[in-house]
Design a protein around this ligand. Structure first.
Ligand SMILES: *Cc1c(COP(=O)(O)O)cnc(C)c1O
Length: 394
């Protein structure tokens, strides 16, 4: 009897990928074991975060790192850090930003649901650029001069959402940021693989970068990595850690939080609701180590094998595997439903109502295509998915 049996909750086969709505992915045994082990002793959280900082710095090339409850939490902490610096008075005041630089410049085409995390800090998003998809004059997007043009004395950061399609190119944005002395926050939540992205944005000049712990890294679903400049990470930590402390008794590791530079402890900051426990931190650091050890080629081959099992069960004329030859990508199975029935919507519903339920990705259902992502499949599940879809199409 599993915990889900006991709770009366059905489990599902996740061929959609690590969506939060579907509980993320499957952690490796080693990651789950690290979480269980961490749960059996108490530690000082500042010391544990300082150790995480060292590991994250090694993995990313950043000066420092931090763990919070997700990439989204890391973005909120990033925005807060860029507004407050190391001033505990400002930290205590958020989300009231009076007296602070409180704007971030963001390219309009990069706006997305997750930028709520930035706004939740009290930071205001100033949009630039008009991505013209309709005029027929060719697709344009923001240019770096437009970002420069929007920078004022109120600008606390430039917020960049990394993606292969993101415009302008990251290097151009960094040039603008550095020439104006404004930090750049990068949302790279879903930019792994390729593994090289762990280091890429930092190497190219990002001040803070957020990665999800529960996506390709294979860490706990409620974890995320923040990597970046030492002072900004320190400002983030100060707004996340439980600082219900007596100042004279508080002894955080000086390499991580330099108490000598503070005029006081800010107590519970705006990030207090983004808590990560010792179990998440231990699990995430273990997952990060395994992710780096596996490497893109082996990971891609593992995922591709599942894609091939699914594709082999289906009529060849409607199936393609994307990303087959790109080791730095997640290969997927795309099924083009050109017959009358089932449609992409119908197939998605049939599978989610089946026993066991199978989740697939209908994001291109307007073109009658469904996508299967192998990242969260367990051994043996690709066969079940292939058979279930073949049956539904027959
Ligand atoms: C998944 C995602 C997030 C949120 O990450 P969590 O780790 O779930 O908080 C933020 N931004 C983008 C672009 C994402 O894909």
């Amino acid at each position: 009897m599993t915990i889900y049996d006991e709770l009366g909750v059905r489990t599902l086969i996740n061929a959609k990928g690590p969506a939060t709505r579907l509980s993320g992915g499957i952690m490796r045994r080693e990651v789950a074991a690290a979480m269980a082990e961490a749960s059996q002793a108490c530690v000082d959280m500042a010391e544990l975060q300082a150790a995480a900082s060292t590991r994250i710095a090694e993995a990313t090339g950043a000066e420092a790192g931090y763990v919070a409850s997700g990439a989204s939490a890391c973005l909120l902490l990033s925005a807060a850090a860029c507004m407050t610096g190391l001033d505990p008075g400002r930290m205590a005041r958020l989300p009231d930003t009076s007296g602070m630089k409180n704007e971030c410049v963001m390219v309009r085409s990069q706006r997305n649901f997750y930028d709520h995390a930035i706004r939740a800090s009290g930071m205001k998003i100033v949009e630039v650029g008009l991505p013209d998809r309709y005029a027929g004059a060719g697709v344009r997007d923001a240019e770096s001069w437009e970002i420069a043009d929007a920078i004022t004395e109120r600008t606390a950061a430039i917020f960049y959402v990394a993606d292969a399609e993101a415009r302008p190119a990251f290097a151009e944005v960094v040039t603008v940021a550095q020439s104006h002395g404004v930090p750049v926050i990068v949302d790279a939540a879903a930019q792994l693989p390729p593994q090289s992205n762990l280091r890429r944005f930092i190497a190219e000049g990002a001040d803070l970068v957020a990665f999800s712990g529960g996506k390709a890294l294979g860490g706990p679903q409620a974890s995320g990595i923040l990597a970046g400049k030492r002072d900004l990470v320190m400002a983030a930590a100060l707004q996340h850690l439980d600082l219900d402390v007596f100042w004279d008794l508080w002894e955080p590791p000086a390499s991580f939080i330099d108490k000598a530079r503070l005029k006081g402890a800010p107590q519970h900051g705006i990030g207090r609701s983004c808590k990560a426990g010792k179990e998440e931190i231990a699990g995430l650091l273990t997952a990060l180590k395994l992710f780096i050890a596996e490497g893109d080629a082996a990971r891609h081959a593992r995922w591709l094998a599942d894609c091939e099992i699914i594709a082999a069960a289906l009529p060849a004329d409607c199936v393609t595997i994307s990303g087959r030859s790109d080791e730095g990508s997640v290969p997927t199975v795309d099924i083009s439903l050109q017959g009358a029935t089932p449609t992409a919507t119908e197939l998605t519903l049939m599978l989610q109502r089946a026993t066991p339920a199978i989740a697939i990705d209908p994001f291109r259902r307007n073109r009658n295509i469904v996508t299967l992502n192998p990242m969260c499949l367990k051994p043996g599940e690709a066969e079940i998915v292939g058979r279930a879809i073949a049956h539904a199409l027959a």
